[in-house]
Design a binder for this molecule. Structure first.
Ligand code: FAD
Ligand code: PHB
Length: 395
């Protein structure tokens, strides 16, 4: 027997994009059900991004999930680029006329969103297996799924595919409906989280002949570091001491000396990829966040793009339900993709500027250094970096 329910918007995936959409729609009286493949503990424990653009922070405020963020997050007015043994500050705030970024982990954003959904009685179905989207080319789309051994069907007006890069919604579209653009980078990032004070007050992006390194943080007591590694590297091959030695070797001398080390809380390898699927809508199925596009993490854009997609999608769905308009649903894909492609360009550029590529020649390495030197010494070039890093406008 299949259990049958109905909602207005069926959301697949309880990552930041699915949770934020569900919360924003709920606040406007629009019903959602969120289907998530993983367990609640898994969703709440996942460690990923850490830098939020102002536009995303504003959305979290509108979604009424920013109280803890307002108390605990760190405001960063600049970042550093380090190369050829020296550190250079990019004054984000000064160069952009006042914009800053907020350091607050994706793990914390997810916790705040889940807490808010639960407090408002939001319907979140964890461990939903075999989720499948049907009839989204009609006006009666359906989602089917299994929990334990029970079969369920969810009838809805719209389906939001917020199920990440490996999700099911993009893959359920007809092959000829989508065009995919992709670049896979020949390296990954090995990340380590530790209960140690950050090496510096601001993030340091390091270009080094041994490979890229990033010094980031989650709080004044918790640090997040990354080093460029082989794409198929295994985190187990990196005991903490090996990681710290390699990181130290890639930092300028003063930072290497100041680095506080300690046991890792988490260590994992992430591949680097650029990917865009167009369009982001097919009939009554809308893709958002990593389900539609991936950026390499170098520009800190993945999570922020998920939020800007949800800005466009929530606005379109609210206009549909409140005013009977479908023009914003029709223009969703185009509006979201304009911003997506600019973030794709920036993330690709930051990645190309800072990493060692296996096929790069000594000439290429000198060009990288010349470009970095240009970026830190030309106000125009530094401004271009800064305005992209703090986040381009939503419209
Ligand atoms: P996701 O967070 O991927 O959420 C998708 C959700 O859908 C998940 O909960 C998943 O379990 C669920 N799901 C998947 N398949 C199904 C299914 N079949 N049925 C039901 N549910 C399903 N960005 C940065 O800016 N900086 C970083 O350092 C950074 N590090 C990253 C590290 C890793 C390993 C990964 C994968 C991503 C990283 N990102 C980073 C990118 C950033 O985390 C993502 O852009 C962001 O999580 C996108 O949010 P989302 O909600 O669209 O997708
Ligand atoms: C992080 O803190 O996880 C982080 C910060 C900046 C990036 C990527 C990741 O560009």
């Amino acid at each position: 027997m299949t259990d049958m329910t109905r909602t207005q918007v069926g959301v697949v995936g309880a990552g930041p994009s699915g949770l934020l959409l569900s919360q924003l729609l709920h606040l406007q009286g629009i019903e959602t059900v969120v289907l998530e493949r993983r367990s609640r503990d898994y969703v709440l424990g996942r460690i990923r991004a850490g830098v939020l653009e102002q536009g995303m922070v504003e959305m979290l405020k509108r979604a009424q999930v920013a109280d803890r963020l307002s108390r605990e997050a760190l405001i960063h007015e600049g970042i550093e680029l380090a190369f050829a043994g020296r550190r250079h500050r990019i004054d984000l705030k000064g160069l952009t006329g006042g914009s800053v970024v907020t350091v607050y982990g994706q793990t914390e954003v997810t916790r705040d969103l889940v807490a808010a959904r639960e407090a408002l009685g939001g319907q979140l179905v964890y461990e939903a297996n075999d989720v499948a989207a049907h009839d989204f080319d009609s006006d009666k789309p359906r989602l089917t799924y299994r929990v334990d051994s029970g079969e369920h069907e969810l009838r809805c007006d719209f389906i939001a595919g917020c199920d990440g890069f490996h999700g099911v919604t993009r893959q359920s579209l007809p092959r000829d409906a989508l065009r995919a653009y992709e670049r896979v980078y020949p390296f990954g990032w090995l990340g380590l989280l530790s209960e140690t004070p950050p090496v510096s007050d601001e993030l340091i992006y390091n270009n080094h002949e041994r490979g890229f390194a990033l010094c980031s943080m989650r709080s004044r007591h918790r640090s997040r570091y990354y080093i460029q590694c082989a794409a198929d590297e295994k985190a187990e091959a990196w005991p903490d001491a090996r990681f710290w030695d390699e990181l130290r070797a890639r930092l300028p001398a003063d930072a290497a000396e100041a680095l506080a080390t300690g046991p890792s809380i988490e260590k994992s390898v992430a591949p680097l990829r650029s990917f865009v699927a167009e369009p982001m809508r097919f009939g009554r199925l809308f893709l958002a966040g990593d389900a539609a596009h991936i950026v390499p993490p170098t520009g800190a854009k993945g999570l922020n793009l998920a939020a800007s997609d949800i800005h466009f999608l929530s606005r379109a769905l609210i206009a549909f339900y409140e005013e009977g308009r479908d023009d914003l649903l029709d223009s969703y894909s185009e509006a979201a993709l304009r911003r997506v492609w600019k973030a794709e360009r920036f993330s690709w550029w930051m990645t190309s500027l800072l990493h060692r590529f296996p096929d790069s020649s000594p000439f290429d390495a000198r060009l990288q250094l010349a470009e970095l030197d240009y970026v830190v010494s030309s106000r125009a070039a530094a401004t271009a970096l800064a305005e992209n890093y703090v986040g381009l406008p939503y419209e």
